[in-house]
Design a binder for this molecule. Structure first.
Ligand SMILES: [Zn+2]
Length: 464
């Protein structure tokens, strides 16, 4: 059996249409189809690659026919030479014919460019990668390592066989840079919006924004540091069907609060809505928590719960104490935790101090000391959590997952072996957040709208 696939090209006003053979599929009918019926992946990739070549060649030919003409009289321009440019798509790499034309029209004397020659295709394609191919790379590299993304794309797409890991990194980095520039522009615009002092009080639904910092490993920096903070934030209130997360690694930047405000703006929350910042008490996020519309900062109940959980674990392993006493201590710690829940932070600390006497944990270098120090440091951010819950106000990330785990942990901390430059990490974070928020497709549609009119060159009068 032999199946041949042909492409029939019909050009407007041209007869007859052209037929090109794309691929031939041959099968032995008498062999048992145990190895699988239908197309194999490799075959399908080869067919698509061939078909892509046909489409690209036709598109380019037509484009050159239209653009290789004089702007004034429409006569054909003379070709100086023909170069080839490489264009990469999901269906394979193609070498496109890109002729250089003399810009001077010998028929009418008009000059279509201020340079001696012009290459319409090279000028129309500043990026030599199909946007969808870049998009696919971004999508997968943001949820798995560059290496794994490359392996997946190699197996799934014909274009992936000619895609080294370094190209994935480069392409994703470019998109990350673009997103970072957009974020910075939005931050600057936010500064202009919120600069005058606010006259009217904040109104509208309360917004809960969780802000947290995680650390990623970097090559040794100038100051000898090996870790750099990544600030991640997530909209947790009001509940939306989609996740809205935002992250960046920019170091100490006092405009971070504006950046957070710009992030809220990007999801449709204006500067008039009062924002409650849910965070741990860390210094690394103090700039980020200073949103112009922030009305309160509340210590995340999730973080408190985790600290108490650690303390309870440590109590279980306390030496020289019998099971009964351990149980008593456990109950006292739990009671202290519930005092905190009801906003009785002072009484909670008294309880914990009394536990300290019975465990012999003196100072801050033990599980109990760490909890006490943490609560004392963050005492101004403690709230009456029970009351807030009753009023329907946000108190924590609610789920078992903190925003740092969600945005950073799963991609950038794997096994602790990954090392990042700050710029590289920041670019990837922008891409990853766009993918996690489901905004990656709309971004690419915005950047590369369909049916865009290509302006091959500027009209320049130099000789009439
Ligand atoms: Zn002309």
């Amino acid at each position: 059996m032999r199946i041949s696939i042909q492409a029939c090209i019909e050009r407007a006003g041209e007869q007859p249409s052209k037929v090109i053979e794309v691929a031939v599929i041959e099968r032995n009918a008498d062999v048992a189809p145990a190895s699988g019926l239908g197309l194999f992946i490799r075959e399908s990739q080869e067919i698509l690659r061939q078909l892509q070549t046909v489409v690209l060649t036709e598109q380019v030919d037509q484009f050159i026919r239209i653009t290789g003409r004089c702007q004034l009289c429409g006569g054909r321009l003379g070709i100086k030479d023909t170069k080839f440019l490489v264009y990469r798509t999901a269906f394979g790499k193609a070498r496109l014919r890109s002729p250089r034309f003399y810009s001077y029209c010998s028929a009418c004397g008009y000059c279509s460019s201020n340079k001696g020659t012009l290459s319409p295709l090279a000028q129309a394609l500043p990026e030599r990668v199909h946007p969808q191919w870049t998009w696919l790379q971004c999508r997968y590299a943001s949820v798995m390592s560059y290496r794994l993304a490359q392996i997946f794309l190699r197996d799934a797409f014909a274009g992936g066989r000619e895609l080294p890991c370094s190209s994935v990194k480069l392409n994703v980095g470019r998109v990350g840079q673009r997103l970072e520039q957009e974020a910075q522009r939005a931050t600057m615009m936010m500064a202009a919006v919120t600069a005058p002092p606010r006259s009217s009080p904040l109104t509208g639904t309360p917004i809960g924004l969780q802000i947290d910092a995680g650390y990623i490993k970097t090559p040794r920096q100038e100051d000898g540091k090996r870790w750099t903070p990544v600030v991640a934030s997530k909209l947790i209130w009001p509940k939306t069907p989609r996740t809205h997360a935002h992250a960046y690694a920019v170091g100490r930047d006092p405009t971070q609060g504006l950046r957070q405000q710009a992030f809220l703006q990007s999801v449709g929350i204006g500067p008039q809505a009062p924002v409650t910042v849910i965070s741990d008490g860390g210094d690394d996020i103090s700039f980020a928590c200073k949103l112009p519309s922030a009305t309160a900062r509340v210590l995340d109940w999730y973080h408190i719960g985790m600290r108490f959980e650690n303390l309870l674990m440590a109590l279980r392993g306390l030496r020289g104490t019998d099971a009964y006493s351990k149980n008593r201590l456990r109950e006292r710690v739990l009671k202290a935790k519930w005092l905190l829940w009801y906003g009785e932070s002072k009484r909670c600390l008294e309880r914990l101090e009394s536990v300290r006497r019975d465990t012999g944990w003196v100072g801050a270098r033990n599980p109990l000391g760490r909890v006490i120090r943490y609560l004392r440091c963050c005492s101004r951010y403690l709230a009456n959590y029970q009351q807030r819950r009753a009023q329907g106000l946000p108190i924590s990330s609610a789920g078992a997952e903190s925003v740092v785990d969600y945005v950073i942990g799963q991609r950038m901390k794997r096994n602790g072996h990954m090392r990042w430059t700050i710029a590289g990490a920041n670019g990837l974070l922008q891409v990853r957040c766009a993918v996690l928020n489901g905004e990656d497709i709309s971004n690419f549609r915005r950047w590369y709208p369909l049916g865009r009119q290509i302006m091959p060159y500027a009209l320049v009068d130099c000789k009439v």
